[in-house]
Design a protein around this ligand. Structure first.
Ligand code: CP
Length: 307
């Protein structure tokens, strides 16, 4: 793979390679290092993705070129394409891009001669989030085969739901959705269940943020959303003993999840964030290696890695 754009293109072997490399990166961050330059081009707000990419790049010994959309020449009308080409011309070896358009990468992927990683594209893809979610599940269960995983919440506006649905099905999990009326998306052919059914049968409950900023109108009263469609303490009590809770965050506390459950025993929400650093280190190192960039410290093992 030349770019890391979507989970739709990933095989099970590629995903396992990323997860295993992430675990190796946690143990030995020096597995890959080199004097590379990364540009983190975020055109939408971010805390976790942007900062964990920054941490991953620093741990890999990379230099990071600054980008602030408001003070860049995009404020003078420069396009994404010209901005990306500029960073390439200046010497960036890798572009990390988050953008509101579902397919921002189409034109760039054909024309750029440096690798790109999708850090979130509209409502379509968030593949690095998906890989850190899968790592968190893999650490817990050691396998994906026949795990019952329910993705619950604002499916319609969620790139996390789409990326995870593709990746989890590839890995052999049983994937279900749960959504309030108006938040469904039937295009993936995934069965739906109520949040009550979901809590009782799932091994993994992956909650999604209600994405108010992507709604044309506010369609749900947030005060009743938790009781009708979210994870309340009563529902959490009915989950199986071994079941875990995931959420990509940021969390709307008291909307999709009761605030007291965000850090409860079965929550892995902050573990997901920690895993994001190692997962992104793995994806960066695999991709740079795939492009054949020379570096001094790469091990024999890393040279065999492929996405
Ligand atoms: N989960 C996630 O993408 O969070 P940020 O928007 O803070 O990056």
């Amino acid at each position: 793979m030349r770019h890391f754009i979507s989970t739709r293109e990933l095989s099970a072997a590629s995903i396992f390679n990323i997860l295993n490399t992430a675990e190796e990166m946690r143990e030995n961050p020096d597995l890959f290092s080199g004097n590379y330059f990364a540009a983190n081009l975020f055109f939408e707000p971010s805390t976790r993705t942007k900062m964990s990419f920054l941490m991953a790049e620093k741990k890999l010994g990379m230099e990071v070129l600054d980008f602030q959309m408001e003070s860049s020449s995009m404020a003078k009308g420069e396009s994404l394409y010209d901005t990306a080409r500029t960073y390439e011309a200046i010497g960036a070896d890798l572009l990390i891009v988050r953008h509101k358009h579902d397919r921002w990468f189409d034109e760039l992927a054909q024309k750029l001669s440096v690798p790109m990683i999708n850090a979130g594209s509209g409502k379509r893809d968030h593949p690095t989030q998906s890989m850190l979610d899968l790592l968190t599940i893999y650490q817990e269960f050691g396998s994906f085969n026949n795990l019952n995983i329910v993705i619950a919440g604002d499916i319609k506006h969620s790139r996390v739901a789409r990326s995870n649905a593709y990746a989890l099905r590839t890995m052999g999990a049983n994937v279900y959705f749960s959504a309030a009326p108006g938040f469904e998306d039937d295009s993936l052919g995934i069965p739906y269940m109520s949040i009550d059914e979901a809590c009782e049968m799932c091994d993994v409950l992956m909650l999604l943020r209600v994405q108010h900023e992507r709604h044309a109108t506010t369609s749900h009263d947030t005060s009743s959303y938790l009781v009708n469609y979210g994870l309340t303490p009563e529902r959490e009590q009915r989950m199986q003993d071994h079941a875990i809770i995931l959420h990509p965050a940021p969390v709307n506390r008291g909307v999709e999840i009761d605030t007291g459950l965000v850090e409860c025993e079965r929550s892995r929400i902050f573990k997901q964030m920690e895993n994001g650093v190692y997962t992104r280190m793995a994806i960066i190192s695999i991709l740079l290696n795939e492009w054949g960039f020379d570096h001094e410290h790469i091990t024999e093992k890393c040279q065999t890695l492929k996405v």
